[in-house]
Ligand binder design. Structure first.
Ligand code: F6R
Length: 246
């Protein structure tokens, strides 16, 4: 694992955007694995700026998102499809028919999960996967004690994740209880992974992820086994690493 301290949130996001830019200049047809949540918003802002400045071209790019809530349509402003449209896709020269998010309204969710894994396989796999991390170490919606060998599947969100995500909804009762998520196996198949974390609250879990035991209790710890992971943090999220290493 390579660890980069971008100092500030903006610095962290710029480091991630630069890696994506260099990936796309080498391979314009790259498949980008994308995440939602508050962490990557600044990366998407930086990519939009690079696109406006003609430094990066999305016209041949395909994207696959990590996850989607079950029961929300893409028009729902809390769906991850809506998030991606408003935070990235609407502002860059990407062909939206090549942007994929699991269908949370599929009548057969298990079938949708299989379709999604097949789609990723048919695309030739993910070139760069962006990840945020939950306070409990989840990646995608793979909560503690997730199986490391699962592909895309339906997950039940833990109480702590429902609570953390309630900030985006009017009431906590509106937070969906299940989601479709790429599994750990799907994520680990990405050729390159960028894990992002900012803020003091993520400091301990980032230390555990990078230097703790590899255990399903901390799903992100499995990333220690991946050959090409870059962890990018800000000063706050880097604090526990600094304290424990110096
Ligand atoms: C979102 C996702 C989640 C988030 C995580 C952190 O697509 O997969 O794993 O990355 O919950 O969320 P934020 O960035 O809001 O702290």
């Amino acid at each position: 694992m390579k660890i980069i301290n971008g100092s500030t949130y903006e610095g962290m996001c710029l480091e991630a955007a630069k890696i994506i830019k260099s990936q796309m200049s080498v391979k314009p047809t790259s498949v980008l694995g994308l995440a939602t949540g508050s962490t990557p918003i600044g990366v998407y802002k930086a990519l939009i700026e690079m696109n406006n400045n003609k430094e990066i071209d999305f016209s041949k790019t395909t994207t696959v998102n990590l996850d989607e809530y079950v029961g929300l349509s893409g028009e729902n402003d809390q769906s991850y499809r809506y998030f991606m449209n408003t935070n990235l896709f609407d502002h860059v020269n990407i062909d939206k028919t090549k942007t994929f998010v699991p269908n949370g309204l599929a009548s057969d969710i298990d079938g949708e999960c299989k379709r999604y894994d097949k789609l990723i396989e048919d695309l030739g796999g993910v070139d760069v996967q962006i990840l945020g991390i939950g306070l409990n170490g989840h990646i995608g919606f793979n909560e503690p004690n997730a199986y490391f060998d699962k592909g895309t599947h339906q997950v039940s969100l833990t109480a702590s994740t429902i609570e953390a995500n309630a900030r985006f909804f009017e009431t906590i009762d509106e937070v969906p209880k299940t989601a479709v998520s790429m599994g750990i196996k799907t994520i680990m198949c990405a050729k390159k992974i960028i894990l992002l974390a900012n803020g003091t609250a993520k400091s301990e879990i980032i230390y555990e992820t990078c230097f703790g035991n590899i255990t399903p209790n901390v799903p992100a710890s499995v990333l220690q086994l991946h050959p090409d992971v870059t962890v990018i943090v800000d000063n706050d999220a880097c604090a526990a690493i600094k304290n424990n290493i110096n």
